[in-house]
Design a protein around this ligand. Structure first.
Ligand code: HEM
Length: 467
């Protein structure tokens, strides 16, 4: 009798707890793919090709599903109701989702991260707003032209190397200050080696213990050491009132107690380069491999700059407005090569499409797959710059369902800078050179989840000065 009463009480208590703590009666948790190894979960199967794994899981388990990986539960949402929740729900937290990754990547301690994140975000959002980024267009042009000039009258190169050669030093000089860090060719080569190593290992390094990532750790240390010098230089050369401060100087000014300046430097460097470089590559690769798009761009450039010798072009805000088709190409490349996943931590249980997603899960959205859904983008896998006609870019709004820069209050603060720098790089390069690809357009690697996909295979470009 005593046992029966205890059992009954336990059941009543269980039901009460469920009603109080789990909203949406009758809901259940989403299907969970756990794999068969404790803690690792589905890591092996997932790690082989994460992007493909996500799509297969959606086809098999439906629009909301959980993947258990390295001790964490990632709950993917793949339809509007989930996107809505991802972008607007107050029961989700961005900082808690990314804090550990930031700590692993650049050794910023937890309390420092929480003290600084929202201040830094607001500062960057303001400094890199649409009205402010245009102040940087003149110096960006000068920087790009300097490195484009190194390409000579003609040549053949891997397109990724070509883009890196121009973008790394130009963007670094603009964001961190001129000629402090990337001062000569050897030094740029060393930087490229360490930055690529750091970027390639980033996804693993943010999840795995350091002992598995020795080579990566060497590059992390090299970057942190280099940034100690950049920080000193930024401190010494604080510009007087009236001249421009660099983005990095604003970051240092915003930090609580100015601690961990070098670490935040490496973080800003990674955030500013890791996605922008592959997107610049894809924009050029898509344009040059689509004859009609390439032709439209050549015409557009001729309309704005004529056919004569184009030296010392200073791209104005007005020019960029007129060169709208190139901007559509940039945005279309971002759409097709959008980050594989973005995450927020569930702090109170939420209901999405009748599933209860428990607190502690990482709610995950895949911009890459959202952009491949024909419901949101007709002929989703085609490179169609014209679809951007529908976007109200004058009012700085993207196409509906375009989430490459995240959604809601945490959208990428560098998005307008990224679009502008790629826009300028592409137009300056195509204005100066005629080019063709010597390899078919490569496929995207299915391995990149945190950011934009890298090309899977070679892509050489042959270029020569326009006649
Ligand atoms: C095409 C290039 C880029 C893409 C696709 C991209 C995409 C993203 C995404 C998806 C996020 C996370 C948003 C979220 O989780 O909701 C993010 C965050 C961020 N991005 Fe970008 N980004 C790009 C370029 C840049 C550039 C050029 C900068 C700096 C100049 C930058 C600075 C940042 C920073 C600082 C954050 C973290 C913001 C925070 O603390 O909330 N990004 N970016």
């Amino acid at each position: 009798m005593g046992v029966a009463i205890a059992l009954l009480l336990a059941i009543v208590l269980g039901v009460l707890l469920k009603v109080v703590f789990f909203p949406g009666r009758g809901c259940r948790e989403p299907p969970c793919l756990r794999g068969w190894i404790p803690w690792l979960g589905a890591a092996f199967q997932f790690g082989r090709a994460p992007l493909e794994f996500i799509e297969k899981a959606k086809l098999k388990y439906g629009p909301v599903f959980t993947i258990y990986l390295l001790g964490k539960r990632y709950t993917f949402v793949t339809e509007e109701e989930g996107f809505q929740a991802f972008c607007t729900s107050k029961d989700l937290d961005f900082e808690q989702a990314v804090q550990q990754s930031v700590q692993h990547a650049v050794s910023i301690p937890e309390d420092t991260f929480y003290k600084n994140r929202s201040r830094l975000y607001s500062m960057m959002k303001g400094r890199l707003s649409t009205s402010n980024v245009h102040q940087l267009s003149g110096s960006l042009c000068r920087e790009f032209e300097k490195y484009i000039a190194d390409l000579g009258p003609e040549g053949t190169k891997e397109l990724t190397d070509l883009v890196r050669h121009i973008m790394y030093p130009a963007a670094v000089n603009i964001l961190f200050g001129e000629d402090i860090f990337l001062t000569d060719r050897d030094n740029i080569k060393e930087f490229e080696y360490h930055f690529q190593n750091f970027d390639n290992g980033f996804e693993y390094a943010t999840q795995l213990p350091k002992c598995f990532m020795r080579n990566w750790t060497k590059s992390q240390k090299w970057l942190l050491k280099s940034f100690e010098k950049v920080e000193l230089h930024a401190d010494k050369n604080h510009p007087s009132v009236g001249s421009f401060k660099t983005m990095y100087q604003y970051v240092l000014d915003t930090l609580h107690g100015r601690q961990f300046g070098a670490h935040y430097g490496v973080l800003l460097l990674w955030a500013s380069q890791a996605n922008a470089i592959p997107v610049a590559f894809w924009t050029l690769a898509f344009i040059v491999s689509h004859a009609s798009v390439y032709e439209n761009i050549t015409k557009e450039l001729e309309t704005v700059y004529g056919k004569s010798d184009k030296k010392d072009i200073r791209v104005s805000e007005d020019d960029l407005k007129k060169l709208q088709y190139i901007k559509w190409c940039v945005l279309e490349a971002v759409r097709l090569r959008a980050p594989g996943a973005i995450v927020k931590k569930v702090i109170n249980p939420i209901v999405v499409q009748n599933f209860v997603i428990p607190a502690g899960d990482l709610l995950t959205m895949s911009p890459y797959w959202v952009h491949r859904n024909p419901k949101y983008f007709p002929e989703p896998c085609k490179f169609k710059p014209d679809r951007w006609k529908e976007a109200n870019l004058e009012k700085n709004s993207f196409l509906e369902s375009f989430v490459a820069f995240g959604g809601g209050a945490h959208q990428c603060p560098g998005r307008w800078f990224a679009i502008m720098e790629i826009h300028i790089l592409v137009l300056l390069f195509l204005l100066k050179y005629e080019c063709q690809l010597l390899d078919p357009l490569p496929k995207e690697s299915p391995l990149h989840l945190v950011g934009t996909q890298q090309p899977l295979g070679p892509c050489r470009v042959q270029y020569k000065l326009r006649g």
